[in-house]
Design a protein around this ligand. Structure first.
Ligand SMILES: N[C@@H](CCC(=O)N[C@@H](CS)C(=O)NCC(=O)O)C(=O)O
Length: 201
């Protein structure tokens, strides 16, 4: 299979962490893709024009990080990142949804900074910033239940907090979120997280 990726995308990182956690990484051909380049051919694989896009060996293209991670989780026999049933399943999927929301806001903020200053909208910027802050506050209140296992939710949380460090280090999300910070300190040391740290191209 092939993965179209950008080295800075936190949504791609969810997929690459999943590949490492499931032992599937070595079977993937990585294709660097600059979706911002008007000449990019990403649309031939993903008409929505986004990475990650995963091309299976039968030619099927999977898009949306949550769908790609779920499909990858169906391919291995080890511990599942999406528990099959019960509260653990819904806990992981809910956490993933919250963290994807942080990432939508954070990536949106970065995209906004690339527009000419006179076309940027401060109200939207502030709305995204406060949505991220509210979500971090909720996660802080729930941090004791995060555990130290990798699952779809904790992988998304690790990638979200890593992205805030990467793009918004000066805003120091750790302030006011000591339990999340402690959890992340442990989770970020996993080999899958170390192997996938974001880097500028
Ligand atoms: N909901 C999507 C979001 C993917 C996404 O926003 N990817 C960004 C890179 S971080 C992208 O390709 N953006 C290109 C664009 O918006 O045109 C997912 O979970 O995969």
């Amino acid at each position: 299979m092939k993965l179209r990726y950008s080295p800075t995308s936190p949504f791609v990182r969810k997929v690459t962490v999943t590949l490492h956690e499931t032992g599937l990484f070595d079977g993937v051909e990585m294709i660097a893709t600059n979706v911002s380049d008007p000449a990019s051919d990403i649309a031939k694989d993903n008409p929505v024009g986004k990475v990650p896009a995963l091309i299976a060996d039968d030619g099927t293209v999977y898009m949306e990080s949550a769908v790609i991670c779920a499909w990858l989780d169906s391919l291995h026999d080890g511990p599942k990142l999406i528990p099959a049933e019960g509260p653990a399943r819904w806990h992981a999927l809910r956490l993933q949804a919250l963290c994807d929301g942080i990432l939508d806001g954070a990536v949106g903020r970065i995209q906004e900074t690339r527009r000419p200053a006179e076309k940027q909208w401060d109200g939207l910027h502030e709305r995204r910033r406060t949505a991220i802050a509210r979500t971090l506050d909720l996660l802080e209140s729930e941090a004791d239940g995060l555990g130290d296992e990798a699952n779809a939710g904790t992988v998304a949380l690790g990638c979200a907090l890593g992205y805030l460090d990467f793009r918004f280090a000066d805003e120091n999300w750790r302030d006011g979120h000591p339990r999340l910070a402690a959890w992340y300190g442990e989770f970020a040391a996993r080999p899958s997280m170390r192997a996938t740290e974001p880097r500028l191209p």
